[in-house]
Write a protein that binds this ligand. Structure first.
Ligand code: HPA
Length: 248
């Protein structure tokens, strides 16, 4: 039977263009409601389950997203892989606006977010291995497809996950850079670890929508971010369209 791919869309990807919508499913979870109903659809003949991370309309800030409910709901409806799409700031010199990064590592700077399923009334304490937070095979497919559709992309990158919702200071970005981060975003964690805890292969398509704070002399404006989303989200859609048939 064909596998079901889960896609979590972020800023700029509240809906999937070209998605033939079959049904909306409300899922209740032990952790409350997911950010949106699950949209069941066909994209170029492939079945997928889509959640809009910030809700539709876009209203839930990154630190208030119910990551546990989103991942639990996707597992519950039977997805076998998850692709998280997110908007990020570029730190690495080659990762400017409209560039797509398929990160291979992350550093978590978030705090106060419920970030595990393994707490509360447990039978035993569980520590999962998280050495390599993104699924190797899923990343490989995304990288191959990015190459095929000629998207400007990088097949490596350390994702620094910050708390938000404010953007960073220039000094914070310097610190992230010293730590080895190549891109910075607010939603990469705990999404990745929750997928790992439920043993769902997970990878990200990160679209750079601005240079990170202090990387240029300009301040970061929402207008610039919106322009970069308009320029770059087409690449993300093209990669998804190419990747989905390969993944099923
Ligand atoms: N920092 C954190 N998150 C982001 C940024 C940024 O510069 N751009 C888009 N999401």
């Amino acid at each position: 039977m064909a596998e079901i791919i889960g896609v979590i869309g972020g800023t700029g990807l509240t809906e999937l263009e070209g998605l033939q919508i079959l049904e909306y499913q409300e899922v209740e979870t032990p952790f409350g409601a997911p950010s949106s109903s699950i949209t069941w659809g066909n994209l170029h003949g492939c079945r997928l389950a889509f959640i809009s991370r910030h809700g539709n309309p876009h209203r839930i800030p990154p630190h208030e997203v119910n990551y546990r409910a989103n991942i639990w709901a996707l597992k519950h409806v039977g997805v076998s892989k998850i692709i998280g799409v997110n908007a990020v700031g570029g730190i690495h010199g080659s990762m400017g606006p409209a560039h797509v990064v398929i990160p291979d590592q992350l550093i978590d700077y978030t705090w106060g977010r419920p970030s595990t399923f393994f707490e509360g009334d447990l039978e035993h304490v569980t520590h999962i291995d998280f050495s390599f937070p993104y699924d190797k095979d899923l990343r490989q497919v995304l990288c191959d497809c990015a190459g095929k559709v000629r998207a400007p992309y990088s097949d490596f990158g350390v994702y620094g996950a910050t708390q938000g919702p404010r953007l960073e200071t220039a000094a914070e970005i310097k610190r992230l850079e010293r730590d080895g981060c190549d891109i910075v975003g607010m939603t990469g964690m705990p999404e990745a670890v929750l997928a790992a805890e439920l043993e769902i292969p997970y990878a990200c398509l990160s679209l750079v929508v601005n240079w990170a704070a202090g990387k240029t002399t300009e301040i970061i404006t929402m207008a610039d971010i919106e322009n970069a989303i308009a320029d770059g989200m087409g690449h993300v859609r093209a990669i998804l369209a190419e990747a989905l048939p390969v993944l099923q």
